[in-house]
Design a protein around this ligand. Structure first.
Ligand code: NAP
Length: 340
């Protein structure tokens, strides 16, 4: 069965007939709690887990319960990570694996996930996948990227924990990387911008493919205590521009914005002048992508042969074609507070 799909949130909910044919008995008996189950990524993780035969508990805030689909193996747990470990424990009792796909600032990514981890420890949960789903954020240190730093601080909470950490790294989501915030594609100007020489491969994985891999990894006990790197496609920025030109049927002028050192200087300048995080954090990711410190290592796609990731060309021929059009409205301050 192939779980990969580029249809995103619109993909059909797993057919109960199909889901009754779980890969094996062990998977059928696995109970997974997904935090962030209503988000772009988390909602697809839930669907993929159900399609693999797992029992799923969705941790959702009261205000978001209506966003959950109905499924016989999907239980709703109303809760907020900021409720604290005592309140969260009832939801993780009897759970083998916790997957967190939450998004937010330090109160969610550090404090909230710590409370969930404390609850998981008390409940005897075997493994937790934190909400990383990024470039290889453990390939570089503190001070490079404000959002990676939140995740790195949380990862240190696993030291001495009985719950094993499994971090999933995928590179950049094209849904974001080719959107306005990264300043790579500019449909109005017809430009494709790169920093550096554009010859180092970058890692690109769609949100649906990340969800498909994450479900497989969540049900794979061999990932306990590991950073698992999986990817949709690796290609250089110059190759990505070729793919964009082929898919859009138009020319995109290559703009060389400067060296990677120039990019670091631009990030530093914006950190002092920006009015919102999104004005510089996307460029912080690009620093680590273009200098190679954030590149995926030891890519393990072969461990999950039933996940067939979407190629960049297939993505651009499908939902990614939207990147070729000018956005209806410019980015607003609140559009992209914490994501990548
Ligand atoms: N590699 C990349 O290029 C890339 C790009 C974007 C995102 N990401 C990563 O992917 C992960 C998921 O991001 P996303 O875009 O799917 O996020 P999203 O769509 O914004 O969803 C966030 C989820 O977190 C939930 N949530 C937020 N605060 C919570 C709290 N206090 N308690 C419980 N739930 C809470 C939200 O619930 P509600 O429905 O109640 O709001 C929602 O379900 C993040 O780690 C993000 O950094 C990676």
């Amino acid at each position: 069965m192939t779980f990969a799909s580029a249809t995103g949130a619109q993909q059909a909910f797993p057919d109960p007939v199909e889901t009754s044919r779980g890969p094996d008995e062990e998977t059928m008996m696995t109970t997974v709690l997904v935090a962030g189950a209503t988000g772009s990524l988390g909602s697809l993780v839930v669907r993929n887990l159900l399609a693999r035969g797992a029992d799923v508990r969705a941790l959702v805030r009261e205000s978001s319960v209506d966003k959950l689909p109905a499924h016989p193996r999907l239980a709703t747990c109303v809760g907020d990570l900021t409720d604290g470990a005592d309140a969260l424990q009832q939801h993780v009792d009897g759970v083998e694996v916790v997957v967190s796909a939450v998004q937010g600032g330090p109160e969610v990514i550090i404090d909230g996930q710590r409370e969930l981890l404390r609850a998981a420890e008390r409940a005897g949960v075997a493994r937790m996948i934190p909400s990383d789903f990024s470039i290889n954020l453990h390939g570089y240190g503190y001070g490079v990227n404000v959002l990676s730093d939140l995740r790195r601080v949380f990862s240190e909470s696993f030291a001495g924990s009985a719950v094993a950490r499994t971090s999933v790294a995928v590179g950049a989501f094209p849904e974001y990387f080719l959107g306005a915030v990264h300043e790579v594609l500019d449909p109005a100007a017809g430009t494709f911008s790169v920093w550096g020489d554009g010859t180092r491969p970058v890692d690109i994985t769609t949100i649906p493919d990340t969800a498909a891999f994450t479900a497989a990894i969540a049900l794979d006990p061999a990932t306990a205590g590991r950073d698992v790197h999986v990817v949709g496609q690796q290609l250089t920025m110059l190759e990505l521009r070729d793919e964009v030109e082929a898919a859009s049927g138009r020319r995109w002028e290559l703009v060389r914005r400067g060296t990677v050192q120039d990019l670091r200087a631009e990030v530093a300048r914006r950190q002092f002048t920006a009015s919102a995080l999104f004005e510089y954090v996307a460029l912080q990711y690009q620093v680590a992508m273009y200098d190679g410190t954030g590149s995926l290592r030891d890519v393990r796609n072969e461990d999950y042969p039933d996940v067939t990731p979407t190629s960049v060309s297939a993505y651009l021929a499908g939902p990614g074609a939207a990147h070729f059009r000018e956005p209806a409205a410019p980015l607003r301050r609140d559009d992209w507070p914490t994501a990548v």
